[in-house]
Design a protein around this ligand. Structure first.
Ligand code: AMP
Length: 463
């Protein structure tokens, strides 16, 4: 199948060819014809599937036939949860519309509103926006919605997670009733379906997500280690292995800052990216990481969501996520488009419950390697994919290992752990209200967690 066969015109095909895309990805093959036909679409697709071009190309095709936007008006609105994703989608729109008489703009919080207000005076055929800033601009009459023909909700599940539902509903109420709606989400949860009910009409449903699986080209393994030794272990791994560009996930913003500072102090160029950083700092950190100036980018889940970094070779989970699905999202940042990648998780005994949840979800036991000098003082129990009760972690009589690689193919039982809601990385300036109560901080003072059946979820920080 070719892009031409999907019904796209020459200027768009030229822009696509310029990007080096030869064949449409599955989401593109399914979404582009449906959108061109004017249908509403509900698509389950994650970052990395080519979803942005999947909705942008047909959207541009449709807009290119009409009149340019009037002053302050917009014709297509793309809502995204994070500033980074808004900037990234905005870049894509600009690239794909290069040969078309279409202008686009991007607005998000954390930066001055005035330049955005000035830009919107001209009107924009396509506006990419985060919900909070869009509402602010609308309340100042900087943007008018009367001409909106197409609405895209990108990463709708994350928008709900980040507490944007009220802003989204307000925006929906302000849009013209007659319009085309495109809803993209990593998953179709009940909440997403409830949102979709009042949004999409008789939609074409598309699902291209592999079910909770990482790309087969990603080598996954874990390193059992005590929590307090993780920073030094990561430093050792970075020094000894030729990892050039590493995305590291921490559970909390403080943890991200602390780790980036630790690595810097050991001569490893690092930057942290999370919701407490100014937009300027976030943009700079990402640009420096992409260019190779910064070797390690330490990120929280939500800040990293939607980041598209070509051929990222290495992902490190400094802490496992509380929600097993986030593990799949995290390691999905590597091994894209058939490239080889590696995902390493530093796991302490307290994280055993999280590990089991991940292994169950991904239906695999992760290989283990204990690094010499970093043998855990409390053994990480071996895991297995059945449902027998958990064994208690035992204190090691002797430090485990002589530094040689130890791979456990199988193990002890597991427990069903109730997922603790993820915390909110939503920038405050965007007026987001957390959908769920953020948990109190652990990264300042880790809660003691014993991996055992039915234990209560540990407290953590609002991220
Ligand atoms: P997305 O899922 O939209 O974030 O896209 C992920 C990456 O895939 C981006 O770097 C795109 O430039 C790239 N991409 C999108 N469509 C194609 C395609 N048809 N062929 C090759 N790469 C693509």
């Amino acid at each position: 199948m070719s892009f031409a066969s999907l019904g796209l015109s020459a200027p768009i095909l030229e822009a696509v060819a310029k990007q080096g895309y030869k064949t449409p990805s599955p989401i593109q093959a399914q979404a582009i014809p449906a959108i061109l036909e004017g249908k509403d679409v509900m698509a389950a697709a994650q970052t990395g599937t080519g979803k942005t071009a999947g909705f942008t190309l047909p959207l541009l095709e449709k807009l290119s036939g009409g009149q340019s936007a009037r002053s302050h008006h917009i014709r297509a609105l793309i809502l995204t949860p994070t500033r980074e994703l808004a900037a990234q989608v905005g870049d894509n729109v600009a690239k794909y519309s290069k040969n078309l008489p279409i202008n686009s703009a991007v607005v998000f919080g954390g930066v001055k509103a005035n330049p955005q207000i000035n830009r919107l005076r001209q009107g924009a055929d396509v506006l990419v926006a985060t919900p909070g800033r869009l509402m602010d601009l609308h309340s100042q009459n900087a943007v008018k919605f009367r001409d909106v023909e197409i609405l895209v909700l990108d990463e709708a599940d994350r928008m709900l997670d980040m507490g944007f539902i009220r802003d989204i509903r307000k925006i929906l109420a302000l849009l013209p009733k007659q319009r085309q709606n495109l809803l993209f989400s990593a998953t179709f949860s009940d909440d997403i379906r409830a949102l979709a009910k009042g949004l999409v009409n008789n939609p074409v449903e598309i699902d291209v997500n592999p079910r909770n699986q990482a790309a087969p080209t990603v080598k996954q393994w874990i390193c059992p280690v005590d929590q307090k030794k993780k920073a030094n272990l990561l430093t050792k791994l970075l020094n000894e292995r030729s990892w050039k560009q590493v995305l590291v996930f921490t559970k909390t913003k403080h943890g991200a800052n602390r780790l980036a500072t630790h690595l810097e102090s050991r001569g490893i160029s690092s930057a942290a990216i999370h919701g407490n950083k100014s937009q300027g700092a976030r943009t700079k950190a990402l640009a420096n990481f992409k260019s190779g100036e910064v070797r390690v980018l330490v990120a929280t889940d939500i800040a990293a969501r939607g980041l598209d970094i070509e051929q990222l070779p290495q992902v490190v989970n400094f802490e496992l996520p509380h929600v097993a699905e986030d593990y799949v999202h995290r390691i999905g940042r590597t091994g894209r488009a058939g490239c080889v990648g590696e995902a390493i998780s530093l796991v302490c005994a307290d994280e055993f419950g999280d590990l089991i949840a991940i292994e169950r979800l991904t239906k695999q036991i992760l290989d283990r390697e204990i690094i010499e000098g970093f043998e855990p003082s409390i053994n990480l129990p071996v895991s297995r994919l059945d449902t027998r009760p958990l064994s208690k972690p035992k204190t090691a009589k002797k430090p485990n290992a002589n530094g040689e690689k130890r791979t456990f193919s199988n193990s002890k039982p597991s427990a069903r752990r109730k997922a603790t809601p993820r915390s909110d990385d939503a920038p405050r300036s965007e007026g987001a209200k957390p959908a769920r109560k953020p948990r109190p901080a652990t990264d300042a003072k880790p809660a003691r967690r014993t991996p055992q059946r039915n234990r209560k979820p540990a407290a953590t920080t609002a991220n």
